[in-house]
Ligand binder design. Structure first.
Ligand SMILES: *Cc1c(COP(=O)(O)O)cnc(C)c1O
Length: 385
């Protein structure tokens, strides 16, 4: 009893690995997951308090406005302007989301017709592809390779694909590769989108998760970007709030409006107390993230050191929560992840789960508590050193 469009989305690629993991757990083996990218550190205290206060106020108990409260939209705009130096109209150019994944999933419904194509990064966050298919669109992969710094080669996109394309998905800092893009790249992406009448959809979920002084840009910092681009932001990774489900979209007023119209037909917005907590996050002290970033950075450095010590060739990522590891001798990613699981009890994600071009890589996440991460690294060192 599955629709054809759901069948086309296909089976969950990690199902086989999940089964292996469960078999090991059943045998009593202590499995450590470096699989999901889900911050283990708690949400900052002042944000939790704002939720508490909000939850006790009966005015939050009713339906929220669809596009976010005026205060939320103003806070998002204020944060964005302070962070990126770009002004936005809080009435037309910003929209509250139930997490950025929700916005990404609904955008194709809002902006594509059946048969239109969407250009998606491969490897990439799986939602770009599945959401395109559910809107009866055609995902067209843009292969990302280490040789090009995991940036897509716009000139390599076939002309007939370009004629059918309506959306261009980008995501920097990038999940799963950890790659980053500079403003120069975004300027080229905006020009490309303009030339081919594409809506550029930039997923900026990791804008605040960066190290060593690096500050990721927004695509909207490019002159004229608002004419062709929408950018999605999330509080999930920035403020350790993955469970809270809140984010926002900014940029092109028409796209923001269309997405908002889909949402009025699908959901009824973000719980107002959660919006109040998000306002506390966006307008409160921005240095609350510093200790979290220091933790990730230390984990990154310990992980990279161990992986290099066992001969796995990994670069040091400037941003995101991930280490993207080429498999030894180009082994298939599912095979290698299964080997690591069997020999160490450590779960890592096979790159093919993010697209065909992700094969030959595995992803390690830095969101496991220090002691468990160190135990996992010790096991990897013993098994492969
Ligand atoms: C985590 C993640 C998101 C989703 O974040 P939510 O706001 O929690 O829905 C979106 N895009 C990428 C690339 C992510 O890794």
């Amino acid at each position: 009893m599955q629709s054809q469009r759901l069948q086309r989305v296909g089976a969950y690629l990690f199902a086989d690995l999940d089964r292996k993991q469960e078999a090991l757990l059943a045998k009593g083996i202590d499995v450590i997951s470096l699989g999901t990218g889900d911050p283990d550190l708690p949400t900052p205290e002042h944000i939790v308090r704002a939720l508490e206060d909000g939850a006790r106020d009966p005015r939050t108990h009713r339906y929220p406005p669809y596009s976010g409260t005026g205060e939320f939209r103003k806070a998002a705009v204020q944060w964005f302007t302070r962070r990126f130096g770009v002004t936005l109209d809080p009435e037309r150019e910003v929209l509250a989301l139930i997490g950025s994944k929700e916005g990404l999933a609904h955008l194709p419904w809002a902006t594509m017709n059946p048969g239109d194509a969407a250009l998606i990064p491969d490897p990439g966050y799986p939602v770009y592809r599945s959401a395109t298919i559910m809107a009866e669109g055609e995902p067209i992969a843009m292969p990302l390779s280490a040789a090009r710094g995991f940036l897509p080669d716009f000139d390599a996109i076939p002309a007939d694909a370009l004629r059918r394309a309506r959306l261009l998905f980008l995501n920097y800092p990038n999940n799963p590769t950890g790659a980053t893009a500079d403003l120069d790249f975004f300027a080229r992406a905006v020009a490309f989108a303009r030339r081919h009448s594409l809506l550029l959809v930039h997923d900026n979920a990791y804008s605040e998760i960066a190290f060593d002084g690096y500050r990721p840009p927004s695509v909207l910092q490019v002159d004229g970007a608002k004419e062709v681009a929408i950018e999605l932001h999330s509080l999930s990774k920035s403020f350790n709030m993955t469970g809270w489900r809140v984010g926002f979209a900014v940029g092109n007023a028409e796209a923001v409006g269309a997405l908002g119209t889909v949402k009025t037909n699908v959901d009824s917005g973000v719980f107002k107390a959660v919006q109040q907590a998000a306002i506390a996050a966006l307008t409160g002290p921005q240095d609350v993230l510093a200790p979290t970033l220091a933790t990730y950075r230390a984990r990154r450095d310990r992980t990279v050191a161990v992986l290099r010590a066992v001969g796995w060739q990994v670069p040091t990522p400037k941003a995101t929560l991930y280490i993207w590891v080429p498999t030894p001798n180009g082994q298939a990613s599912v095979e290698f992840a299964a080997d690591v699981l069997e020999r160490t009890g450590v779960v890592i994600t096979p790159g093919i789960g993010y697209g065909a071009s992700g094969d030959g890589y595995v992803r390690l996440s830095l969101t496991t508590p220090d002691a468990r991460l160190d135990e996992a690294l010790a096991r990897i060192r013993r098994a492969y050193g």
